[in-house]
Design a protein around this ligand. Sequence first.
Ligand code: PMP
Length: 432
Amino acid sequence: NYWMPFTANRQFKAVPRLLASAEGMYYTDVDGNKILDGTSGLWCVNAGHGRKRIADAVARQLTTMDYAPSFQMGHPIAFDFAEKLGERAPGGPDAKLDRIFFTGSGSESVDTALKIAIAYQRAIGQGTRTRVIGRERGYHGVGFGGISVGGLVNNRRVFPMLPGTDHLRHTHNPERNSFVKGLPAHGAELADDLERLVALHGAETIAAVIVEPVAGSTGVLLPPQGYLERLRAIADRHGILLIFDEVITGFGRLGAPFAVDYFGVVPDLVTTAKGLTNGAIPMGAVFSSRHIHDALMHGPENQIELFHGYTYSGHPAACAAGLATLEIYEEEGLLSRGAELAPYWQDAIHSLNGLPNIIDIRTIGLVAGIELSSRKDAPGARAYEIFTDCFKKGLLIRVTGDIIALSPPLIVERGEIDTIVSVLGESIRRIS
Ligand code: PMP
């Protein structure tokens, strides 16, 4: 009677695989089999599993004070964590993205950012700007805001959407950019699609555009060189806020602390979760630029009576986990480790080029997407079989449709990268 997260996909009934414990790079299942974690859980366990320092910090906090509201009062640990995050905010001090709003998950961070964007526009006298724009093949969680701007068309068909949402065309084109190492050279002009939506709806109706700098869940889709810069410029031209959803790309995944640092493009709001607490305690955070924060909290229009906040905003145990996680990231240099390992990772993953059915390979930081051709009779079936086969052989990968995604913990060693590539390669060879 435990309802696993459902994927309403009749073809691949989820077979529960019961994981019993985890340490470092490995899970152990209920039968005692070790499984190399090629995905950091769900892209979140960036510092590896079972970090005692995080567990101890959480235990200490729970015995000191398990819970306290964040409304009308506060607790020092939430301020400590916000301060430390602020000092390490995306883009460094010049980007001024150091105002933090705590949430309980990535989906809550996305809803929060969309609401902040619309409320801010209203606060500066732009109350007609209520539309939010996403991008096809983007993933922004499962709140109504997130699915409305998200690019999963099936979700948008089933549920009612936020009124007025629309979507940029996606940038993915494996025919044009396949097997490129690093960012695709072609396609920056696809950012001009925002101009199309401005012409269609009128800039005065659009509050914000939200994109994942690198789309993760839908198959590791890298932005073409110059795309994000161009999107920033168009958004600026029309008074539209830019939101980066860094729930996956944040906290070292690309080999820089955030995608903002990697690409050198500064948005107005950044959503995070996952690696924020190393996956140990659910938590998210929105980084907001100061001018947005100030307009909402101190601006002349602050009379609009708004309420937004969660029971678990700034949860003491989550803040304790987050502080310990940040210490680990810094002491072990994990937020830049992906950059050191990227050449090795890239060469290892690209060595799979030439195996049957692979139509594209993409790598950035410590992420990889391997795209397979679709079996006409059963799209996604081949990748799913490879997933099952790898799992049996002790390797956890992730598949989405016909794309295999890899994102190992940032503590991964070269030997483990070799194992990932050889186990996966063997499965790809066998299942064709
Ligand atoms: N945004 C992005 C980019 C994500 O990858 C995810 C989760 N995969 C979310 C939002 C939603 O996060 P959560 O599942 O914590 O709600």
